[in-house]
Design a protein around this ligand. Structure first.
Ligand code: IMP
Ligand code: MG
Length: 177
C-alpha cells in the first residue's frame, strides 16, 4: 500500500490566510498583550507563523493532550499530557491545527476556563464542521475543509508529513502494491 498526497491548500493560500487571521487578532486586542497557547504537536507550525502576523505583545505556551496515536480515528478520550503556566487574567488564544469532532478543544477550553483567563478565544487553521460531535466553534478559522484526512503544515499521520509546506489530502491507494 502506497500513500498518495493531493494538495488541498497551497502554501501561498495558507500564508495569505494566516496574515488575515493575525490582522484580525491584532484589531481585536488593541494595545493588549496576548498569550498564544499551541496544542502540541500539530499547531506548532501554525503558531509560529501566526505569532509573526500579530502586531501586539505576544507570548507563547504549549499544552499537550493524548492524540489519535497511529489511527485516523479519535479515540473519544482526551487526557492531559502537558499543562500550561498560569492563564489567570490573561488574554488567551488557543491555537489548534484542526477542529474535527471538537473533543480536544472542548476539553482544553474547559480546563483553561476554570483558571479564569481575561479572554479565551480559539484559532483553528482548519475546520471539518461536518464531523463535529461537541458544541464548540472557533473564533478565528482559516479554512473549512471536507471530511478527508489531511497532512502537512504541522498535521501528521503517525508522526509523518508534518513538514510538508502545503496541506494535502492523504489517500491510501490500495491498488498499487
Ligand atoms: P478532535 O478532538 O476530534 O476535534 O480532533 C482534533 C485533533 O485530531 C487535531 O488536533 C488533530 O491532531 C487530529 N486530527 C483530526 N483530523 C485530522 C486530520 O485530518 N489530519 C491529521 N490530524 C487530524
Ligand atoms: Mg493536534
Amino acid at each position: 500500500m502506497v500513500d498518495k498526497l493531493r494538495v488541498l491548500i497551497t502554501r501561498q493560500q495558507i500564508a495569505a490566510k494566516v496574515a488575515e487571521l493575525g490582522a484580525r487578532i491584532t484589531a481585536d486586542f488593541p494595545g493588549e498583550p496576548v498569550l498564544l497557547i499551541g496544542v502540541l504537536k500539530g499547531a506548532a507550525v501554525f503558531l509560529a507563523d501566526l505569532a509573526r502576523q500579530i502586531q501586539l505583545d505576544v507570548s507563547f505556551d504549549f499544552i499537550a493532550v493524548s492524540s489519535y496515536g497511529n489511527a485516523k480515528q479519535q479515540s473519544g478520550e482526551v487526557r492531559l499530557v502537558k499543562d500550561v503556566d498560569s492563564v489567570e487574567g490573561k488574554n488567551i488564544i488557543l491555537v489548534e491545527d484542526i477542529l474535527d469532532t471538537g473533543l480536544t478543544l472542548t476539553y482544553i477550553r474547559n480546563l483553561l476556563q476554570a483558571h479564569r483567563p481575561k479572554a479565551l478565544k480559539i484559532a483553528a487553521l482548519l475546520d471539518k464542521a461536518s464531523r463535529r460531535t461537541e458544541p464548540v466553534c472557533a473564533d478565528y478559522v482559516g479554512f473549512q475543509i471536507p471530511d478527508e484526512f489531511v497532512v502537512g503544515y504541522g498535521l501528521d499521520f503517525a508522526e509523518h508529513y508534518r513538514n510538508l509546506p502545503d496541506i494535502c489530502v492523504l489517500e491510501s491507494d490500495s491498488s498499487t502494491a
